[in-house]
Design a protein around this ligand. Structure first.
Ligand code: ACO
Length: 330
């Protein structure tokens, strides 16, 4: 049976490193508070680069690993929470950046769950026979939408910038994306959002709205935490069942890198076998929203933690609220 598999992943983070000590100079916070609550030691921030700059670098690496030229890409799926322009989205922009005008491209705005929704769409595109390959790009520039004063410290310390690109191809072999389960619940939209520009206002962008802080990310951290630690294990169980895979067969769980305490709480709610195999690299990058899972997959692979034939679980939770999980035979 025709399956969709991950052929190659590229990643890119901007060179500028922002440590917890650097943040101490901007707001009332401490390295100790940030490490203890989130596990983050440093993150990367753009210094003039835009979302498609990061996306291009990650895409070039992924294509080089896959041995492909940009012209070989049949469809782009693009995920971000912050585009170069409000309209058009990053998908069409990437056809320009990659020099492939006319290539179909679709944008998804599912925040931290963008990779899971991207896998779901790419799997459907490929298994239906519509396309033989998809370039799933996840690129996030969040530092420009954070409040680095003390008022925004609960959110600003958590996020980092970064991008990844995943080449997904068709195969007739017994491998690939075995299942993807995704969910959304808009009742909690205001618990993690970036409000403006918004059609709730006419005109939708004014200095007054920006003065109110509506152009910044705001978060109810406790609500996010509470829902995340419940939904992660639920959706992982759902994806395992859909794939017909037992927990004991799982080699590695790569959760969205939201915050180490969430990852630890999720690991505790899964059984011990899984607890031993949860991957984290949040100390280096912070939370890079939809780019965090493929960046973690890239590093886990580089560290020899993922090999051909391994059963890998990826899972996410984030703004919307949205959440999802996928079981992949590498
Ligand atoms: N530095 C120092 N002090 C801070 C900071 C900071 N950066 N941020 C908040 N504080 C203060 C608060 O003002 C508060 O002070 P007060 O007691 O004087 O009022 C105190 O620290 C404790 O604040 P709490 O909100 O109780 O801290 P909590 O233990 O809940 O941790 C956190 C906050 C880390 C945000 C937590 O709620 C959390 O992990 N939530 C999940 C959020 C998350 O991961 N979001 C990522 C995006 S969504 C996703 O990807 C899943």
């Amino acid at each position: 049976m025709r399956k969709a598999y991950i052929d190659a992943i590229g990643m890119y983070v901007p060179p500028k490193v922002v440590t917890n000590k650097d943040l101490e100079a901007m707001m009332e916070t401490s390295d100790e508070w940030i490490r203890e609550r989130s596990g983050i030691q440093e993150r990367h921030h753009v210094d003039g680069e835009c979302t498609t700059d990061l996306a291009l670098k990650a895409s070039q690496e992924a294509l080089a690993i896959a041995g492909m030229n940009p012209e070989d890409i049949e469809h782009i799926v693009f995920s971000t929470m912050a585009n170069d322009y409000f309209v058009p989205g990053g998908g069409p922009m990437m056809t320009r950046r990659l020099g492939i005008p006319g290539t179909p491209a679709v944008d998804i705005r599912m925040a931290c769950s963008g990779y899971l929704y991207g896998l779901s769409i790419s799997k459907a595109f490929i298994e239906s026979g519509a396309y033989n390959n998809v370039l799933l790009i996840t690129s996030e520039v969040q530092s420009v939408a954070l409040d680095f004063s003390t008022a925004g410290r609960d959110t600003a310390v958590l996020f980092g910038d970064g991008a990844a690109a995943t080449v997904i191809k068709a195969t007739d072999e017994e491998r690939g994306i075995l299942s993807v389960k995704t969910h959304a619940d808009g009742r909690y939209a205001e618990d993690l959002m970036l409000r403006t520009p918004s059609t709730l206002d006419n005109p939708f962008l004014t200095n007054e709205l920006l003065d109110k802080g509506y152009g910044r990310v705001v978060m109810n951290g406790r609500s996010v935490f509470k829902h995340a630690i419940t939904k992660f294990p639920e959706v992982i169980a759902e994806a395992l069942e859909a794939a017909g895979v037992e927990k004991k067969e799982v080699k590695l769980v790569v959760p969205h890198q939201a915050n180490l305490r969430i990852t630890e709480a999720v690991a505790n709610r899964l059984d011990l076998e899984l607890h031993k195999v949860v991957f984290s690299n949040i100390h280096k990058y912070g939370n890079t929203t939809s780019a965090s899972i493929p960046i973690a997959l890239y590093e886990a692979q580089a560290e020899g933690k993922i090999e051909r034939g391994d059963i890998i679980v990826v899972a996410s939770f984030g703004a919307g609220f949205t959440w999802g999980a996928s079981v992949i035979k590498w």
